[in-house]
Design a protein around this ligand. Structure first.
Ligand code: HEM
Length: 144
């Protein structure tokens, strides 16, 4: 067993099982969400679930299977075919946060994961000018 200083965030988060949980819970939410479900090109969400899982694993220092199979992530470009409105972003984040809840990460890793997902989701909205990745996120209006 490595001590935590030598471990990747992926390992510290609990490895494959954690990512499987987060993404699986997320896709259960998507399947039951008409606005999001209509955006997914394939009826079977299984392959999309696997792509998102591989991407997140790679981002946090796990296996690099995503790039081996799919090439450079280019997330903004890959999302261009889909109209990602602020509402779609917020639905997406809602289901993803339910996945993070289910993973029960320790507080520091939990905060890092939520912060990353929020920034990534804000940077992919393409129905209005993008908020560059890393820029401060404006407060959400109370009635949004
Ligand atoms: C903001 C709301 C978002 C919406 C509505 C959305 C929607 C979609 C849709 C409809 C697809 C196509 C499904 C497929 O066939 O794979 C997709 C793919 C994907 N999304 Fe998102 N997405 C969002 C945010 C994000 C974020 C924040 C990330 C990363 C942190 C992400 C990562 C991915 C990845 C890795 C793929 C597969 C790309 C590929 O290999 O082709 N998405 N997304």
């Amino acid at each position: 067993m490595q001590n935590s200083a030598n471990q990747t965030p992926y390992e510290r988060m609990g490895g494959a099982e954690t990512f499987r949980t987060i993404v699986h819970v997320f896709y259960q939410g998507v399947a039951a969400d008409p606005l999001l479900k209509a955006m997914y090109p394939e009826e079977d969400l299984g392959p999309a679930e696997e792509r998102l899982r591989m991407f997140l694993e790679q981002y946090w220092g796990g296996p690099t299977t995503f790039s081996e199979r799919r090439g450079h992530p280019r997330l903004r470009m890959r999302h261009m075919p889909f109209q990602i409105s602020p509402e779609a972003r917020d639905r997406w984040l809602h289901h993803m946060m339910a996945g993070v809840d289910a993973a029960n990460l320790e507080p520091e890793l939990d905060a890092a994961m939520r912060d990353y997902l929020q920034r990534a989701a804000y940077s992919l909205v393409n129905t209005e000018p993008a908020i560059p990745f890393g820029a401060p996120i404006p407060p959400t209006p109370p009635d949004a």
